[in-house]
Design a protein around this ligand. Structure first.
Ligand code: NAD
Length: 285
C-alpha cells in the first residue's frame, strides 16, 4: 500500500504557482486576484475562507473577502458579484457554499462571469467539461486527477466507482474520468447494494460525507482508494468517508485524511486563479 500524498504534491505545485505568479507580475505589472464571497458565520466556511486567503498570500496573489450577514438579500449578493465581474484587479470569484436557504444558489453561481469562475460551477464551464472542452474545472476533482497523475495512475480503461453525485464533487469527477477514458459508475444515496459496485472497481473515489461508509469488505485487494470526504468527529478529529485503518492494507494506493485530497483542492484554486489571470492578460493584448 502506498499513500497518495496530497500535502506533498500541493506544496510542490504551490511553489511552481508562486514562481509563475512572479513571472506574471514581471510581464504584466499586476498580480492574480481572487475575490471570495462569504455569507453568514458558519465556522467551517470561515475556516475554509481563511485557508484560501493564506494560500493566496503564500502564492503572492491579491485576495479580498466580502463577508456578508446571514440575512443579506439575493440582490445585494448579485450586485457585489457584478462589481467583481467588472473589477480588473479580480481574476477569480469564489462563492463560499453553502449559501443560506433564502438565496437561490443556482442563480448566484450563474451571475459569476464564466471567465472568472475559478470554482468551475457556472453552467457554461460545467457544459464545457461535459463536452471535453477547455474551461474551469471544479477544484476538488481536478486535484484528484493531479494526484493520480503524480503517481502515474492512468484511469484509461479502468473501472472507476464514484460514491457521491454532487455538482461540486461526484459529477465533475465522473466527467473528468470519462474524459480520461475510464469506465465510470456513479453511486449515491439511492444506489442499491453499494458494495456490489465498489467491489467491481479498480479505483473507488468517495465523496459522500459519511464516516466509515467504505469498509474493508467493500474493497478488493489492490484497489486504488481516493477518499474525498471530510468529516469532523465528536472529539474534533478530521476523518474521511473510508474506514482507513481497515481498508488501507488491502489497497494499492490510498489517500489519507487529512493530507490527501484536501490540500490539493486549495492548490487547484490557486492554479485556476492563475489561469484566469493569464487568460485575462491575453485578452488585453
Ligand atoms: P453533498 O451532500 O452535496 O453530496 C453527497 C453525495 O453523497 C450525494 O450525492 C449523496 O447521494 C451521496 N451519499 C450520501 N450518503 C450516501 C450513502 N450512504 N451511500 C451512498 N451515497 C451517499 O456533499 P458534497 O458537497 O459533495 O461533499 C461530500 C463530501 O466531500 C463531504 O464530506 C465534504 O466535506 C467533502 N468535500 C471535500 C472536499 C475536499 O477538498 N477534500 C471538497 C468538497 C467536499
Amino acid at each position: 500500500m502506498q499513500l497518495l500524498d496530497g500535502k506533498a504534491l500541493a506544496k510542490k505545485m504551490e511553489e511552481n504557482i508562486s514562481l509563475e505568479s512572479k513571472a506574471f507580475k514581471q510581464k504584466t505589472g499586476r498580480i492574480p486576484g481572487l475575490a471570495v464571497i462569504l455569507v453568514g458565520h458558519d465556522p467551517a466556511s470561515q475556516a475554509y475562507v481563511g485557508m484560501k486567503k493564506k494560500a493566496c498570500d503564500r502564492a503572492g496573489f491579491y485576495s479580498v473577502s466580502h463577508e456578508m450577514p446571514e440575512d443579506i438579500s439575493q440582490e445585494a449578493i448579485i450586485n457585489t458579484i457584478e462589481m467583481m465581474n467588472h473589477n480588473p484587479n479580480i481574476d477569480g470569484i469564489l462563492i463560499q457554499l453553502p449559501l443560506p436557504s433564502h438565496i437561490d444558489t443556482t442563480k448566484i453561481l450563474e451571475v459569476v462571469s464564466p471567465s472568472k469562475d475559478v470554482d468551475g460551477f457556472h453552467p457554461y464551464n460545467v457544459g464545457r467539461l461535459a463536452t471535453g472542452l477547455h474551461g474551469f474545472v471544479p477544484c476538488t476533482p481536478l486535484g484528484v486527477m493531479e494526484l493520480l497523475s503524480e503517481y502515474n495512475i492512468d484511469p484509461k480503461g479502468k473501472n472507476c466507482c464514484i460514491v457521491g453525485a454532487s455538482n461540486i464533487v461526484g459529477k465533475p469527477m465522473a466527467a473528468l474520468l470519462l474524459n480520461a477514458n475510464a469506465t465510470v459508475e456513479i453511486c449515491h444515496i439511492f444506489t442499491d447494494d453499494l458494495k456490489k459496485h465498489t467491489l467491481a472497481a479498480d479505483i473507488v473515489l468517495v465523496g459522500a460525507g459519511v464516516v466509515n461508509l467504505i469498509k474493508e469488505d467493500m474493497i478488493r485487494e489492490g484497489t486504488i482508494v481516493v477518499d474525498i470526504g471530510i468529516n469532523k468527529t465528536s472529539d474534533g478529529r478530521l476523518v474521511g468517508d473510508v474506514d482507513f485503518d481497515a481498508v488501507a492494507p488491502k489497497t494499492s494506493y490510498i489517500t489519507p485524511v487529512p493530507g490527501g485530497v484536501g490540500p490539493m483542492t486549495i492548490t487547484m484554486l490557486l492554479s485556476n486563479t492563475l489561469k484566469a489571470a493569464q487568460n485575462h492578460a491575453k485578452e488585453l493584448v
